[in-house]
Design a protein around this ligand. Structure first.
Ligand SMILES: Cc1cc2nc3c(=O)[nH]c(=O)nc-3n(C[C@H](O)[C@H](O)[C@H](O)COP(=O)(O)OP(=O)(O)OC[C@H]3O[C@@H](n4cnc5c(N)ncnc54)[C@H](O)[C@@H]3O)c2cc1C
Length: 334
């Protein structure tokens, strides 16, 4: 799912269903709560009315590019790692920089266009504009204030008095020493109400809503919000094909109600590699009777499940799989 990189080619076989229109939008954190040992649920609300006018809730596993600014300390460390300690010079992140950078409030409207799109006085630097070309505009942002970008799923969205609220479940993943690893996971754990983030709708991956079934849905915890959304949207659409979901989560308390008849959970023993317990479960499951499969999660695990489906005779075109993250590799675009 990385723009311009090989990952999309190699590790996904999806034909996303795009929203009718989408542009980079500014949201703010409306709420944050820990819902289980692994998940932090954040609700976002629009910072500007344009989101309410534009947002096209497609349901299912709709996902988006998520732009955020790690805390200042992390930005300074990251900058020092890439260009060396140049405090005080142009391009550096100074200790007195604001927590979330913003264009000068004095920048005058109409004179604020740059190589990377419009400059919006008083607002944080984002690759403002339409979905097309966002990555080029992102790369052209000044490195010192460029946000970090990751991919997340809209677990659910609701409209209250004309305002959209979007729920996102962040898996808080940890290194073997127990420290939270990953900028997005750390950010999500600490995010405060009112904090600003960028959002760019990417549409949905799941495309089997018209299928007869039976269908197979497989994921680790990162695909759980999407599977929940798929189940909800299938019911809302009035046609729920016979579906088996198999989901691996880090702890049994991370399980939740999924609106499908057949949901199998596996939990990962501490220290075990992601996907192993789920693959062990698949050893005892015939896969030949499924019409199609939707497989998301850690890349090597998603590929392994896809290969088993192929070995079981499932047609390649009926398997949608997507590597959501890679072991020992950050999703950094830089
Ligand atoms: C379409 C799509 C939708 C997604 N939806 C969600 C979602 O709704 N919720 C969600 O939590 N994730 C979701 N993901 C996965 C998420 O984007 C990645 O896990 C991302 O790498 C997390 O960023 P980070 O900054 O925390 O860690 P990174 O900086 O990317 O990685 C740092 C280290 O942590 C490891 N790592 C990254 N993610 C995990 C993980 N989940 N478990 C264990 N180790 C990890 C990496 O291998 C690396 O060693 C989605 C991905 C895609 C492509």
């Amino acid at each position: 799912m990385q723009e311009g990189g090989g990952m999309r080619q190699e590790l996904s076989s999806t034909r996303p269903i795009r929203p009718t229109r989408a542009s980079v939008q500014l949201l703010r954190v409306a709420d944050s709560r820990r819902i289980s040992p692994t998940f932090q649920r954040l609700s976002f609300a629009p910072h500007e009315e344009s989101f309410n006018e534009e947002f096209d809730f497609l349901g299912f596993d709709q996902w988006f590019r998520f732009f955020f600014w790690p805390p200042l300390q992390e930005r300074m460390e990251r900058r020092a790692q890439t260009v060396g300690p140049v405090a005080g010079k142009r391009g550096s992140v100074r200790a007195d920089s604001p927590a979330i950078p913003a264009y000068s409030a004095n920048a005058r409207a109409g004179r604020g266009s740059t190589a990377y799109g419009p400059r919006r006085p008083g607002l944080p630097p984002l690759p403002w504009g339409a979905a097309d070309g966002w990555y080029q505009r992102y790369r052209a942002l000044p490195a010192k204030n460029r946000p970090t970008v990751r991919n997340y799923t809209i677990r659910d969205a609701r409209r209250i008095s004309g305002t959209w609220y979007i729920d996102v479940d962040f898996a808080i993943h940890r290194a073997p020493d127990g420290q939270i690893e990953g900028r997005a996971a750390r950010w999500a754990r600490r995010a405060q109400r009112g904090e600003l983030v960028g959002f760019l709708d990417q549409g949905r991956i799941f495309r089997f809503d018209g299928a007869k079934g039976p269908l197979l849905l497989v994921s680790d915890e990162t695909g759980l919000p999407g599977i929940e959304g798929i189940a909800r949207s299938l019911h809302a659409g009035g046609h729920v094909p016979e579906t088996t979901a198999i989901i691996e989560v880090p702890t049994s308390e991370d399980r939740r109600d999924i609106w499908l008849d057949d949901v199998l959970w596996t939990t990962r023993p501490r220290g075990q590699e992601v996907g192993q317990s789920l693959l062990a479960l698949l050893d005892h499951m015939p896969l030949s009777g499924f019409e199609g499969a939707y497989i998301v999660g850690e890349a090597s695990f998603a590929l392994a499940v896809r290969n088993r489906c192929l070995d079981a005779g499932m047609p390649r075109e009926n398997i949608d799989f997507c590597g959501y993250w890679r072991k020992a590799q950050s999703a950094d675009f830089e």
